[in-house]
Design a protein around this ligand. Structure first.
Ligand code: GAL
Length: 354
């Protein structure tokens, strides 16, 4: 109860544009941490780790937590909502002090947040927003609308010399709120052109659970229906660009169609320097994961958590903090991805992408 009141006051502070301070309910765990008689245990419930970016998220969060003297218990749901709820129940049984959740389905995981809340465990929605619950304590992410804007801006500029360009769009997983935010950002740039008859989206589709194999099918379907007469693929993430890239290769179109992406996956960076993908959005994942570890630790130990803004999740305003993002092409690969040590120069420039 004390916690809910804290959150309500916090939202009030938020609404007048000031920082926001959250703290965990009760003082038992905080006292425990302060006395040093038990390590803080952070629960990390992950959707899926097939996309390589999530390995960086997990490993950095664990490493930063260790620096803070905390441990992390990780569960991976393999894109299965029933399993993800069971994972959260298991973390509750393990008596984690705080729970970080990367939902497969942002709406379905409201139940997980509520179960944790009933057990007095604060929750952090990581990268993807959990919707439809007012029990969520914190959301850490990137500016996902801006991601979509950067992707579409790149594509439009790259096709500026093509009269009335035609594009195919690969949207993300409908179960992931981010997929809609990326689309919103893309639409901000594309729709004025579409309405003016200056650009045509000849085919688009959603890719369930962000599967590259589905992205490949969407591109195959576009080619079956419309032939090879299109100029760009607006791909919402590199994991989809990988599927698109395979479809283009099979059709002899590698390097001939402008292809975007997101996540700066190693294979995508390799494709960019080789010319079979043109752009990605680099999200410095270690910064997000470190921020999440620090905020989760502070929530668990009753220390203040200050965030600058909030986001509406269908049940209320969730306190939110965002990390910076950058559009990357072969021209700024060195000063972004390589300079940050996100990938090594050898890895990006030496092997063949796919
Ligand atoms: C999104 C995330 C992207 C991408 C995608 C597929 O939620 O924002 O960065 O990783 O999932 O895993």
């Amino acid at each position: 109860m004390k916690y809910r009141i804290g959150l309500l006051i916090a939202c009030l502070v938020l609404s007048v544009g000031l920082g926001l301070t959250l703290s965990k309910s009760g003082s038992g765990d905080s006292a425990k941490a302060a006395n040093g008689d038990k390590k803080i245990l952070i629960g990390l419930s992950m959707d899926d780790i097939r996309n390589p970016r999530w390995h960086k998220d997990r490993d950095t969060l664990i490493a930063r937590a260790a620096e803070l003297g905390a441990e992390v218990s990780v569960q991976v749901a393999n894109s299965n909502d029933t399993k993800q709820i069971q994972d959260i129940q298991s973390l509750i049984t393990q008596e984690v002090d705080v729970m970080v959740i990367i939902p497969h389905d942002g709406a379905a995981m409201a139940k997980g947040v509520e179960l944790a809340h009933e057990a007095g465990i604060p929750t952090v929605s990581y990268d993807r927003l959990i919707t439809g619950t007012d029990k969520l304590d914190l959301y850490v992410t990137f500016d996902n609308v801006k991601v979509g804007e950067l992707q579409a801006t790149y594509l439009v500029n790259a096709l500026k010399d093509v009269p009335n360009p035609k594009i195919v769009r690969l949207l993300g997983s409908k179960s992931d709120n981010n997929a809609f935010l990326f689309k919103e950002g893309q639409d901000n740039i594309l729709m004025p052109l579409v309405e003016a008859g200056k650009l045509e989206i000849i085919h688009e589709d959603w890719c369930d659970s962000w599967q590259g194999s589905i992205a490949k099918q969407v591109v195959n379907a576009a080619i079956t229906k419309h032939g090879k007469n299109f100029h760009g693929i607006l791909s919402s993430a590199d994991v989809l660009s990988s599927g698109a890239s395979k479809a283009l290769e099979e059709e002899g179109l590698s390097g001939k169609i402008v292809l975007t992406g997101q996540d700066a996956d190693l294979v995508a960076c390799q494709r960019i320097v080789q010319g079979t993908q043109d752009q990605t959005v680099y999200k410095p994942i270690p910064k997000l994961a470190e921020m999440a570890a620090e905020m989760a630790y502070n929530l668990a130990t009753g220390k203040p958590v200050i965030v600058p803004s909030g986001i509406e999740n269908g049940a209320g305003t969730v306190p939110m903090k965002m990390a910076e993002i950058v559009s990357v092409t072969k021209d700024n690969m060195m000063e972004t991805i390589i300079a940050d040590g996100f990938h090594s120069k050898e890895d990006v420039y030496s092997t063949s992408g796919n």
